[in-house]
Design a protein around this ligand. Structure first.
Ligand code: OXD
Ligand code: MN
Length: 595
């Protein structure tokens, strides 16, 4: 076994050196490479990945430094069925998580990992989540035998020497061990040990399963750390909205996977919104803490975007398209004959000679998609032309509003304002959304997805909701909480609201509710704008269509509240009493009885 011990000796953390040695004893790699995050290293690893067929160079004139990766066709999305929270008791994991005892998980995955890196290279990837030096930031180290993971982690995190520097001699870092094995789905397990700040993931190379910084650390483990330490780790984008007077307000918004978080985070305001600017702080994950002013402050712990490719176009998200012009990795998209990328919804017709996501010649008439529906781009946030100057701000940005949103064809109005914090938490807790291709399984089924955290909460969901209520005691200046739905459809099955950049109109209404004098009317389920309360300048939408988008239909809501009640029953005794009570009040209000 060889290693580049020059980098290793740069760490002063004995705990890290010992853990790497222990992992190597278990997995038996031929070589150990400590990643330093340098440009020279990126070039070297990229050359190796190309030589091994893991990366395919794209047309370097059209897309400099950009590469395509084709995954194993059985490994294209997160696999929630084999994702486990290995807390000490089943109760600690709660009913929404799969649970395995820590002993069983370590033994089972240990047996799979034993000797699994023989003939392979082990990459040791130290990384920081959050701006370096920020009081929010945390160090993780991922050990992996995947060169694709190593190169992706360089884009998605602040990786390398700076992380070792921040760690110093400390033993306080997340330990993520990832083994690709032979990608047999039967040997695929993603196990989280919150009490040990540890993740073991085997049998998958897919981003959400294998880039352990992202869903595994920054959400599942971090949510459990946040509960212990008094902060939140959330599945939220963070966006700054600057008005023509130059004032910037920030909102954080939780949506389930593949529901347009990246689009909202990079939104282009409509032409009529002269002087407005939008800045991206983050597109997927927010870590939020209570500031000295009693408000909530947020950072984006990541340094790059792992966005859903299909549907991304110059029309839907020009800033994302610019973010992937160079230095980007693409996974499972289609490739054109001249070595560029293509996917459905790119708004350019499919050229002749396309290879599909598996590398086969694509037949337009086959009825099959050329790009996988969960194909992705990975790009550094510094590529984003509207990256917020505050993205590196160690104290984060102050949050004026929290938004929850699902993908719902019916029931949920375009926007709904909560009456108070507990009502807002109830909205988030009972949020429903149709499933998407981001996770393996059936697409389009409505499931309850509290705060868009159903697949990402690292502990008992009832305790998680309790943490949201409990934190209110410290948040003396709470952000206002809203619910949105960009996806409501007419009886004829057409979207009622144009979405994308036009969503700015809804965001502006929220800011005007908080800081100005925008109107709203009371409904049993919350406050809703009248059509005239929204700034509709330059938007062609019929009054009936807008009324349908904003409508609160009592029959639909009774069914919604009943379904949310069933979900609350499943959570059982850990569900906080104030949420049960609020839910009962809501049901009574819909029945026309005083709450
Ligand atoms: C993601 C997801 O990749 O939510 O961000 O699945
Ligand atoms: Mn996500």
């Amino acid at each position: 076994m060889t290693d580049n011990s020059a980098a290793e000796t740069r760490t002063r953390s004995r705990a890290l050196t010992e853990w790497v040695a222990e992992s190597a004893r278990l997995t038996q790699p031929d070589r150990i490479v400590w990643c330093d995050g340098s440009e020279a290293e990126r070039r070297r690893l990229t050359e190796e990945a190309v030589a091994a067929g893991v990366l395919i160079p794209l047309n370097q004139k059209q897309r400099p430094n950009s590469y395509l990766h084709r995954s194993n066709p059985s490994d294209v999305a997160r696999t929630e069925e084999v994702t486990f929270i290995c807390s000490r008791t089943r109760e600690d994991a709660g009913v929404t998580n799969h649970w395995m005892t820590p002993e069983e998980a370590y033994a089972k995955l240990g047996a799979l990992l034993a000797g699994s890196m023989a003939g392979r290279t082990m990459y040791v990837i130290p990384y920081v989540m959050g701006p370096i030096g920020s009081p929010f930031a945390k160090v993780g180290v991922e050990i992996t035998d995947s060169i694709y993971v190593a190169l992706s982690m360089r884009i998605m995190t602040r990786m390398g020497a700076a992380a070792l520097e921040m760690l110093g001699a400390s033993d306080d870092f997340n330990r993520g061990l990832h083994g690709t094995l032979d990608l047999d789905p039967k040997k695929r397990f993603i196990c989280h040990f919150p009490q040990d700040n540890t993740i073991w993931s085997v049998g998958s190379g897919y981003g959400g399963n294998a880039l352990l910084s992202k869903k595994c650390f920054a959400l599942r483990i971090a949510s459990a750390l946040g509960r212990r330490e008094g902060w939140f780790a959330e599945h939220m984008l963070i966006v700054g909205l600057q008005n023509p007077a130059g004032e910037t307000r920030y909102v954080a918004a939780a949506f389930p996977s593949a529901c347009g978080k990246t689009n909202l985070a990079m939104l282009m305001p409509p032409a009529a919104f002269k002087g407005w600017k939008v800045f991206t702080v983050g597109d997927d994950i927010a870590w939020l803490r209570v500031g000295r002013d009693g408000g909530l402050w947020a950072i984006n712990p990541e340094a790059g975007y792992f966005g859903v490719a299909p549907g991304t176009s110059m029309k839907s998200n020009p800033n994302a398209m610019r973010s992937i012009e160079h230095d980007a990795l693409f996974t499972n998209v289609a490739m054109t004959a001249d070595g560029d990328i293509w996917w459905e919804g790119m708004d350019v017709p499919a050229p002749d000679g396309l290879s599909d996501w598996r590398g086969r010649p694509w037949d337009k008439n086959s009825g099959e998609k050329a790009a996988h529906p969960n194909s992705r781009f990975t790009a550094p946030m510094t590529n984003n032309p509207v990256l917020s100057p505050a993205a590196e701000e160690p104290q984060g940005v102050p949050i004026s509003a929290i938004i929850f949103g699902g993908r719902r064809a019916t029931t949920m109005p375009l926007v709904l304002e909560s009456r108070d914090w507990t009502h807002g938490v109830l909205m988030g807790a009972t949020m429903g959304s149709e499933t998407t291709a981001a996770a393996a399984g059936k697409v389009g089924v409505v499931r309850r997805d509290p705060m868009a955290m159903l697949p990402f909460c690292g502990y008992n969901i009832g305790d998680y909701l309790g943490h949201w209520l409990e934190m209110r005691k410290q948040i003396t200046k709470p952000p206002r909480i809203f619910m949105v739905n960009w996806f409501r459809k007419s009886d004829a099955g057409e979207f009622l609201w144009p979405g994308y950049g036009e969503n700015m109109r809804v965001l502006k209404w929220m800011l005007d509710r908080i800081h100005g004098d925008a109107g709203a009317h009371e409904t049993p389920v919350g406050l809703v704008p009248e059509p005239g309360d929204l700034d509709l300048e330059g938007l062609e939408i019929s009054p009936e269509q807008l009324r349908s988008a904003l409508a609160v239909n009592t029959a639909e809501w009774k069914a919604e509240v009943a379904s949310a009640g069933e979900f609350f029953d499943q959570i059982g005794p850990s569900l906080p009493t104030p949420l049960r009570e609020k839910h009962r009040e809501l049901a009574a209000a819909l029945d026309g009885k005083a709450g």
